[in-house]
Design a protein. Structure first.
Length: 229
């Protein structure tokens, strides 16, 4: 490796910091240091059939498998990961964490068998305002490691619903019911789809997506979220 004093000076003045602990990152670390990555509270639900996430959908909409990469709690240091991705424009962390999660998913034949990855879509106005879809970035990381294509066109958001933050479970359901539709049914027939979102709270948004996708003949749907509350 060539010695570059300008790069070393830049790194000294503007070091890359871990989004979790704030410590300086080493040259081979991206966004999260190795210690924090080791300590991330993984669910490992991809290895457990009928896990607690899958049970959330029982009696509502059928899913083949469902999992999340890590547990999320307010006040946890790992809350900073989602906040950095969703609100601070740190787009790269979405793809990076998608790759880390996908390495784990390779241990599960059920998730390795997906045919196509579909991120929960943003409304065009919201996309224009934010500049990116965080679920799509996570899906891009999954796509690289799993070797499966990502489809960002077949599932469409019809309108932007109001914020979910202070709504109860039923209000969240009402707020998301019927807001998604399919623009292309034929390409998804008989496919195993991995539906991707950033965080699972009540699951109302994912349920609305699942209902739209279930209009496809022979479709099998699994769910992946980066975090679960």
């Amino acid at each position: 490796m060539k010695f570059n004093p300008l790069n070393d000076l830049f790194d000294l003045l503007f070091p890359d910091l871990c989004v979790v602990c704030g410590n300086n990152l080493l040259k081979n670390e991206q966004h999260i240091c190795a210690i924090c990555l080791h300590n991330i509270p993984k669910t490992n639900f991809h290895l457990i059939k009928d896990n607690p996430i899958e049970k959330r959908f029982w009696g509502k909409v059928p899913v083949f498998r469902a999992t999340a990469f890590f547990f999320f709690q307010k006040g946890s240091p790992f809350q900073k990961v989602l906040h950095s991705l969703k609100y601070k424009g740190n787009k790269e962390i979405g793809e990076t964490l998608g790759k880390y999660a996908a390495v784990d998913l390779l241990d599960s034949p059920d998730f390795e068998s997906v045919d196509v990855i579909i991120p929960v879509p943003l409304h065009p106005q919201k996309y224009k305002l934010r500049g990116y879809n965080q679920s799509e970035l996570i899906g891009s990381g999954l796509s690289v490691i799993l070797g499966k294509p990502q489809d960002t066109n077949s599932l469409v958001r019809l309108y932007e619903n109001t914020t979910q933050t202070k709504k109860n479970v039923y209000e969240r359901y009402e707020n998301t019911d019927g807001i998604f539709k399919l623009s292309d049914i034929e390409t998804l027939k008989g496919k195993h789809v991995l539906l991707v979102d950033d965080v699972l709270t009540t699951g109302s948004t994912l349920e609305a997506c699942l209902k739209a996708l279930l209009a496809v003949d022979g479709i099998r749907i699994s769910v992946f979220t980066l975090a679960v509350a």
